[in-house]
Design a protein around this ligand. Structure first.
Ligand code: BG6
Length: 512
């Protein structure tokens, strides 16, 4: 992160939902780390707002001193003490407009004490039902706009649950905040390697000339998590993998892989290219959904020698739930560059390992020169694998001659790991995103239009999965790579790249 505190204007950072999990796990640790690394201005304060009946001190205890991240921080003593004095808390009933007068009062006091020039960043980390209420109630007290200073609104996902609700939310927010002051968080955009996709493509002469239908056979995007839904069963069951991961995070990754070069690396230029890309997604008709998608749900099994519950046994999940914990899609981008190139995206919980990666498979050479009848040691399709997490890096897989007589060819890899860089301090996604918002840079935030386009794209799938009972939901044992039938989505001799072996021998796939 090249910026220094000199370039960040004074501000108050207001967290709605401050007693919740995200504030404790991600937001406060991220702000503290920015503070520690001297990215924040001297004139700076945090105001936590939520229903819980806390005061400044008990809030400080809860989010700072009872928080795991601080225990792990060896030089926390002095710094945490200083940081503590910048944390404040205001309990309110977020549903009651009158209570926002208390927020106004508190902001005025803090502005006076910390000389923050009226700049405020409001962060909504609340249940989504409050997303349109809070801005409206802030506006009631004139807190949404302020002459000569900024008022920015940061919104967590989910941004809507379908196209209609996303549109309604955009419309409602824009009554109170200008689009340029609305920051829709997609934490995948804060990941260093997602941003690096643009650099790999547009800062090198070698990749981009090949980055099109003439040389690329197909593109795969995989997101796998070994964890189940844990204590989030209640939320997850109303969402499912398509809404939770694919419509937002993975579609943003698709945009970075597939968009045209922007005219400059700024927010407007990048957003324009993404919008064009999303507009080029070929719609999947509801009647074709079974041809282009597979959904699955994990069933009880053993992972790493431990018994693991099935999704339907998880807390808060109905025992006849049809919610998918795995989703795989095949789709096309109908534009000049990608015409005819299949894209595949999959995401799932309780898969064998944690990995997010993009795999570009190139066409094979026009002739197969080096083949022995009995031994074909390699795939002739070169692959470029961009590992988004963990073990961030880039791997190019290609064929080399095996030393010795004849022409035996073997696949080898040129493998770059971020961890090999001397200065390998990969910033946490939330840190990067919060800092960008403080600088007024929305490049890594989702634009209202792109959110609507991606909902529009997934909506027929959501509808078909909900209403067409002939579309199966496949069970897959926890610890496997999802329903085996998902391999059939991929054409011809290809299959999903397998970043690691299966963790269970139980392959009893079934239709639920
Ligand atoms: C969240 C989803 O947005 O992203 C979670 O709601 C998921 O279900 C998480 O586990 C994954 O994020 P990451 O950064 O760990 O890949």
């Amino acid at each position: 992160m090249p910026e220094t505190s000199e370039t960040i204007e004074p501000l108050i950072f207001v967290i709605f939902g401050a007693s919740g999990d995200l504030a404790k796990r991600k937001l406060i640790p991220a702000i503290y780390d920015l503070y520690k690394r001297k990215y924040l201005p001297k004139k700076f304060a945090v105001l936590g707002v939520s229903r819980s009946k806390l005061d400044d001190n008990s809030f400080r205890e809860q989010v700072l001193f009872e928080n795991e991240f601080l225990e792990l921080d060896s030089d926390s003593d002095v710094l945490a003490g200083e940081f503590r004095d910048r944390l404040f808390y205001q309990p309110i009933d977020t549903n009651s407009v009158e209570d926002y007068a208390l927020v106004k009062e508190r902001l005025e006091e803090l502005d006076e004490t910390f000389q923050t020039s009226g700049n405020v960043m409001f962060y909504l980390s609340t249940p989504p039902v409050l997303y349109d209420k809070i801005p409206k109630f802030l506006a009631h007290y004139g807190l949404n706009r302020h002459d000569g200073s900024y008022r920015r609104l940061v919104i967590e996902k989910p941004f809507g649950t379908d196209l209609a609700s996303a549109k309604a939310l955009n419309k409602s927010l824009k009554q109170y905040f200008d689009e340029e002051d609305i920051y829709r968080i997609d934490h995948y955009l804060g990941k260093e390697t997602v941003q690096n996709l643009l650099v790999t493509r547009f800062a090198n002469g070698v990749f981009e000339p090949l980055w099109n239908r003439n040389y690329i056979h197909h593109v795969e995007i995989t997101n796998a998590e070994p964890i189940g839904v844990g204590s989030r069963g209640g939320y997850y069951d109303t969402s499912g993998a398509l809404r939770d991961m694919l419509q937002n995070h993975l579609m943003q990754v698709v945009a970075h892989v597939a968009m045209e070069p922007p005219i400059s690396p700024d927010a407007v230029a990048i957003r324009n290219e993404k919008t064009k890309l999303f507009q080029s997604l070929r719609p999947i008709a509801e009647s074709d959904v079974s041809k282009y998608s597979i959904r699955g749900q994990y069933t009880a099994s053993m992972m790493r020698g431990e018994p693991v519950k099935g999704y339907r046994e998880e807390l808060g999940v109905p025992d006849d739930s049809k919610t998918e914990t795995y989703a795989a899609l095949k789709f096309f981008i109908d534009n000049w560059r990608w015409s005819g190139v299949p894209f595949y995206a999959r995401t799932g919980k309780r898969l064998p390992t944690k990995v997010t990666e993009v795999c570009i498979t190139f066409n094979k050479p026009p002739q197969t020169l080096f083949r022995r009848q009995e031994e074909v040691l390699h795939s002739e399709h070169n692959q470029l694998i961009i590992r988004i997490q963990p073990d961030e890096g880039v791997l190019l897989s290609f064929g080399m001659k095996v030393p010795g007589d004849g022409f035996k060819v073997k696949n080898v890899g040129m493998d770059f790991h971020y961890s090999d860089l001397a200065d390998n301090d990969v910033p946490e996604a939330y840190e990067r995103l919060l800092l960008d918002c403080m600088r007024g840079d929305a490049t890594l935030y989702a634009h209202g239009d792109s959110v609507e386009y991606t909902w529009e794209f997934v909506e027929p799938i959501l509808n078909a999965w909900q209403h067409d009972s002939s579309i199966p939901i496949y069970g897959y044992p926890a610890g496997t790579w999802g329903p085996e039938i998902a391999d059939d989505l991929i054409e011809s001799e290809h299959e999903w790249r397998s970043p690691c072996r299966r963790l269970t021998d139980d392959t009893s796939y079934c239709e639920l």
